[in-house]
Design a protein around this ligand. Structure first.
Ligand code: 7TS
Length: 423
């Protein structure tokens, strides 16, 4: 029977679920309770790697304590159990990206390996001299160097989409780059150094009009927004588990099944074969064809737990919370004298890159560290992007779902202290 107290409890539960309670979320992350040099930890380097909720830590621990054996080959209980959990994690990634089939999800070490895999298999087989690969000024080195290696091997050409001073891709210039020679577009979904969200759907549509496949580097997107690979219609999508609150050493390559099937294997070894004789080897079906050797079993299971964790919080709440923080932090930092902010587009994730006149980013990083504040200082593995802005390094504060307005206040106070110290 429905009682008034019952309804009140239900309403309370609903509002608990709706309100993103960052304080409660922080309770899920044991590392955030630490003090650094006697100060509360203010962790603002989630773009490099995010911290892990207890649910992920427990899933990995449970795997090693109770569910661990090698997969895909055992005839005994534990191996079957571990295989089930590993393949269950693949199904979670499939749902997370809204991929059509689980076999379109390849487990790799991370985004870097995923891009190298595509360059070394798809690229080696289908790209030739005189072909062109289009990338952008915003790319992380992981989405530059594998294509340069292929360029040097094959004699192909890299074409670069330029950006404007706000950090937005120049889409007119992009359209002009797409020609008869273009054989692949590889572009980031979000810039790790500026936060810019790129118009990937439009990028893909324009490339597909000319029959050109597109790889999207989703490393900085998946922690901050829902991604639907079928809606985007991308041909490849890559990300790393460790930026999505999951373990390191595990990542994902999504590829359309027909493309993956047409591609040769990446590495040879166990699990990627169906039969081997000394004369001839038949390869396994996808995804196994690309997963040679014993994979990061506990890592995949941990990534599955991270996906469950993020899904339970819900992207509506995560986006609202992080966008509110972005607005608050942008305003607060902009009030600091002699601070120059890079990446000023409207559409961005919560990453703030800046320099302060007279204070080297590394010195700023050191001063903030002594306040218990962790930021990244350097070129962020995006040296061509730094060159575009005529700097060698910036300070970067990047936010995750566990950050608070108090973290922003601490950052701003630390930055002001540094300005005074050097001023
Ligand atoms: N692509 C983007 C957009 C990234 O931000 C990174 C890592 C990578 C690829 C490579 O990911 P990995 O997991 O294979 O190393 N970005 C950063 C960063 O911004 N600071 O440290 C690593």
């Amino acid at each position: 029977m429905t009682t008034a107290a019952g309804i009140r409890r239900q309403v309370q539960r609903d509002s608990d679920r709706l309100a993103f309670d960052v304080r409660r979320v922080r309770e899920d992350f044991p590392i955030l309770k630490q003090r650094i040099y006697g100060r509360p930890l203010v962790f603002l380097d989630s773009a490099a790697s995010a911290q892990k909720p207890r649910a992920v830590i427990r899933a990995v621990q449970r795997c090693y304590e109770r569910e661990y054996a090698n997969i895909h080959r055992g005839v005994y209980f534990l191996s079957e159990r571990a295989t089930e959990l590993f393949e269950g994690a693949r199904a979670k990634v499939q749902r997370f990206l809204n991929a059509r089939e689980a076999r379109e999800i390849i487990f790799v070490r991370g985004a870097t390996e995923a891009i190298n895999l595509v360059a070394q298999t798809y690229g080696r087989k289908f790209l030739n001299r005189a072909d062109e690969v289009v990338i952008s000024t915003l790319e992380h080195h992981s989405n530059i160097v594998p294509w340069q290696m292929l360029r040097d091997e094959k004699g192909l050409t890299l074409r670069i989409i330029p950006i404007d001073d706000s950090g937005a891709l120049l889409m007119d210039e992009y359209e002009k780059l797409l020609g008869a020679r273009t054989k692949l577009v590889a572009v980031t979904h979000c810039s790790n150094a500026l936060g810019t969200i790129t118009p990937v759907k439009e990028i893909i549509r324009l490339a597909h009009e000319k029959g050109i496949p597109v790889l999207v580097d989703g490393c900085q997107a998946v922690p901050h927004m829902p991604v639907d690979v079928r809606d985007l219609d991308c041909d490849f999508y890559v990300f790393s588990g460790h930026k999505l609150y999951g373990p390191s050493g595990i990542g994902v390559l999504y590829g359309k099944a027909a493309l993956l099937e047409a591609m040769p294997p990446y590495q040879g070894g166990g699990d990627m074969i169906s039969t081997v004789t000394f004369e001839k080897t038949e390869y396994n079906v996808i995804p196994h064809k690309f997963e040679a050797g014993t994979p990061n079993i506990a890592g995949a299971i941990g990534l599955g737990a991270a996906i469950d964790y993020v899904a339970a919080l819900g992207f509506d709440e995560i986006v609202d919370h992080e966008q509110e923080l972005l607005e608050y932090a942008t305003e607060a930092l902009s009030e600091t004298n002699s601070l120059r902010l890079f990446g000023t587009v409207e559409d961005k994730v919560c990453i703030l890159s800046f320099i302060i006149d007279g204070v080297h980013p590394h010195d700023l990083g050191t001063i903030l560290d002594h306040e218990g504040i962790a930021i990244r200082a350097g070129h962020h593995c995006a040296q061509p992007l730094m060159d575009r802005f005529g700097v060698t390094a910036t300070a970067r504060a990047s936010f995750g779902l566990y950050n608070t307005r108090e973290d922003v206040d601490a950052l701003v106070a630390g930055v002001r202290k540094a300005v005074e110290f050097f001023g």
